[in-house]
Design a protein around this ligand. Structure first.
Ligand code: XMP
Length: 541
């Protein structure tokens, strides 16, 4: 395994992303492969404290350079006594910076400082457990005795290192929370970051405010104030090109850049013909006419639909649309340019994933970056001749929404449901035609209209229609019909990676079905998709 390569990668990543004038993180989350590392970072930011996730291989010197007020060691899938179990630089325990170990992070700290960790004697402990507080400690201030915390572990601490004492236990674990007050080192066996831990957020706030003395000074407004001079300095008087899709990321980016550099920003909106009803018109009137953000409207409808003639395979459709998008983008940027900079709405989860902070505990190899379920067809290749401006790259999605709102974007954009880059083309199964597109657009419009009227829009992750390329028999008036069915797909989700089908009240389903069959020609049947993800995906293609 190539530790050096990884260290260099991460160091370059840190340096590139933390130029001097940028805010340094108050809290660093050292990642040991936990599925919750991002969640820990998000919770800390919910407490208005800026945090970043770093690899567990980050060295003492690199951490010292970043000068955090506290460090959290994440959980992880390994056991600390296994070969190749991920470790951290032991010297960090002597930095004098408060450290909180969570689950694996706590066990690692214990082992590295001379304690002992073994497989749990009784049994592994998963799920809810009441927490019994044994000793007063600031980490558990205002945490109610016997409150429920979320446990997920197969190992337990057998012996604590010197100067540590136990502050709480559960029925199965004597060391559910520990502290070494002299050195400001703390550990919890439970997961304070998950919502099922009743007082989890209190524990996190105790750590960041009371123990690390962090200020609650990270919010959408401070982000904007700090981002604007950085963008201005980076771009100077050069022109910046932005591919606007109308989604919350590119819209927020457009507003932020416009505020920073005004007319040096040129947005390009490529209409591939697969947008929802009224979207291109809305986008142009909103950005261009109302806010005077220059948007070049590129009508490429013909071009895209022609390329899809005879194509039925979903992956091929995506590829064709993606390739065509890049071609149009290149041609049009040459026509409108030259541009020195390209603005991209890269978000923090993408940065963490591509930085690849995980190492396989069994082999010591770097774990491949997580494969995202979506293919971001709107994405552009890396070898375009632009320098990148990515001011959202340290934000989570919910933070982008807050920034967008703060910059004056309306709820209509900020709370918008995700929409795939290839648009309606992947919601028409099989070959795409203008006739089917028009039909789907009308059905989709009714779905959204009724979901909004029912007050469900903001509770649902995505609600949309899918057109099936088969015909079914129906009867309308006295006439037999033979027309397409529409699938109604409504899901609730946190991040699109997993999803559950939404339990829409029957009356609303009835209304949607009636309206679609009555108002959309060529549709005589509506069915409701009751598949969660997994095993289904959110989109049908
Ligand atoms: P699936 O269908 O994989 O979708 O469960 C997960 C989420 O990703 C969105 N999605 C896409 N987004 N380009 C995108 O930008 C795409 O090609 C794409 N495909 C799926 C989907 O709408 C859902 O929110």
């Amino acid at each position: 395994m190539n530790y050096n390569l990884q260290l260099i990668d991460i160091f370059i990543y840190m340096v590139e992303n933390l130029e001097r004038e940028e805010r340094y993180p108050s809290i660093l989350i050292m990642d040991f492969g936990s599925q919750y590392s991002e969640l820990i970072a998000r919770r800390i930011r919910e407490a208005n404290v800026f945090s970043l996730v770093i690899s567990h291989l980050t060295s003492y010197d690199e951490i010292k350079e970043l000068n955090p007020k506290g460090i959290i060691l994440s959980g992880g899938p390994s056991s600390v006594y296994e070969n190749h179990a991920p470790l951290c630089d032991e010297a960090i325990f002597n930095l004098g910076i408060p450290i909180l170990g969570i689950c694996y992070g706590m066990q690692l700290m214990v082992r590295q400082l001379g304690g002992d960790v073994t497989p749990a004697k009784n049994k592994a402990e998963y799920g809810r457990a009441p927490l019994y507080i044994d000793n007063e400690n600031v980490l558990l201030n205002k945490v109610k005795d016997k409150s429920i915390m979320w446990m997920s572990h197969g190992d337990s601490i057998n012996k604590l290192p010197n100067n540590f004492f136990q502050i709480a236990h559960t029925d199965n674990t004597s060391h559910a929370a520990i502290a070494n007050e002299k050195q400001n080192l703390f550990g919890v066996q439970f997961h304070p970051e998950v919502v099922h831990s009743e007082y989890g957020f209190t524990v996190i706030k105790n750590f960041v405010y009371e123990i690390c003395n962090c200020q609650a000074d990270w919010n959408a407004q401070t982000f904007i104030e700090e981002a604007i001079p950085i963008i201005q300095k980076q771009v100077g008087n050069k022109k910046v090109l932005l591919a606007l899709s109308g989604g919350v990321d590119s819209s927020t980016l457009a507003f932020l850049l416009h505020r920073a550099i005004g007319d040096q920003l040129v947005c390009m909106f490529i209409d591939q013909g697969f947008m929802r009803k009224g979207e291109p018109e809305f986008l142009m009137s909103f950005f261009d006419e109302k806010f005077h953000i220059r948007v070049e409207y590129i009508n490429s409808r013909e071009r895209f639909i022609n390329k899809l003639k005879g194509v039925t395979d979903p992956e091929q459709k995506r590829k064709i649309i993606g390739t065509e998008f890049i071609r149009v983008f290149e041609e049009e940027s040459k026509r409108l340019g030259p541009f020195d900079y390209l603005a991209q709405g890269t978000l923090y989860p993408d940065v963490i994933e591509s930085a690849g902070t995980n190492v396989d505990p069994k082999t010591g190899e770097r774990i491949a970056v997580k494969i995202k379920s979506h293919h971001n067809v709107g994405g552009l290749p890396k070898d375009l001749q632009f320098k990148l401006v990515e001011p959202l790259r340290k934000l989570f999605k919910d933070e982008v929404r807050k920034v967008g709102k703060n910059l004056g974007l309306p709820d209509e954009i900020v709370k918008r449901h995700p929409f795939p880059g290839p648009g309606l083309a992947i919601r028409i199964l099989g070959e795409v035609s203008n006739e089917k597109l028009n039909c789907l657009r009308d059905a989709d419009w009714i779905v959204r209209d009724e979901i909004k009227k029912a007050g469900l829009y903001n509770e649902i992750w995505q609600a949309f229609a899918v057109l099936l390329p088969v015909k079914t028999v129906g009867v309308m008036g006295d006439k037999r019909t033979y027309a397409w069915p529409i699938v109604l797909r409504c899901v609730s989700s946190e991040d699109g990676m997993t999803a559950d089908w939404s339990k829409i009240p029957y009356q609303i389903l009835e209304k949607i079905s009636n309206r679609i069959v009555n108002e959309v020609e060529q549709v005589n049947r509506v069915v409701f998709d009751i598949t969660s993800k997994p095993p289904g995906t959110i989109e049908w293609e």
